[in-house]
Design a protein around this ligand. Sequence first.
Ligand code: URA
Length: 250
Amino acid sequence: MRSARMPSRTRLDRFLAANTRYSRREVRLLLAQGRVLVNTEQATAINQVLEPFDTVVLDDVCLRQHEAVYLAMNKPLGVVSATDDPQHRTVLDVLREDPQCPLETDLLASLHIVGRLDKNTSGLLLLTNDSQWSEQLMQPDSKIPKVYEVTLQHPLDERYAPAFASGMHFSYEDITTRPAQLEILSSHVARVTLTEGRYHQIKRMFGRFRNPVVALHRCAIGSLPLPAELEPGCSQAINPALVDSGLTTS
Ligand code: URA
C-alpha cells in the first residue's frame, strides 16, 4: 500500500491502530506476539518510531511501503522548475508525459525538486521524495559543486576568471558570492563551477562584464555528471551517494 504524500515520522503503535481494524490495546498484543515486521525485523516496542521509508508488514500483509526515489532529469529549455504551475509547463509535466518514465503516478506526485534551474536553463536537475536527503544537499554550507557550461554573446578574456574567483558583491541581497571557478573553453564558451545557488547567479555574474548569457546548461552536481545518453526531457534513477560524494567541507 502506498500513498502519494510521504509520511513524517510516526509511532508504530499509532500507525497500526490507524491502518488496521485493531485497537491500540490489541496492537500491543500483536507486537508482543511478534506479528509485525518493520523492514524485515520483528518489532516489539510500541513506541518505535517509523522513519519515512520504513516498510511495515503485519501477518504477511504489507501495510506500508514508501520507496525512496532519486531521479536525474535532463531539463529541457522552456519549462519551469516546479511541480505545479497554473501557467507554465513544469518539469513534473515533462516527467508525466515521458513514456519511459519508470514511476507510477502516486510516486510521481510525491516528488519535489532539489535546486532550481531557470526556465531558459537546460541540463541536470534532481528530483526526489526524500526530503532529508534534499535538505542536506540544499543546506547553505553543503557547498556541493555545480558545473555549468555557459555560452556568451561576446568573447571572453583573461579578466573573467579572477573576478569569478574573488567573488562579486550582490547589493540587492548584500552578499558576496563564494569563490567560483571559471575556465574558458573557447572564445564564447566557459565552464563555471559554483558552490551555491543565488538567484540568476551566473547571468548576474556575467552581467558585470555586460556580456549576456545566450545559453546555460548544467553538466554536473557533485560527482554526478548529466548522463550522456539522457535526452532533454528524459530522466533516470540515480545513486544518491554519487551526489553526496561531491560534498566539500571547507
Ligand atoms: N545561474 C543562473 O543564472 N541560472 C540558472 O538556472 C542557474 C545558475
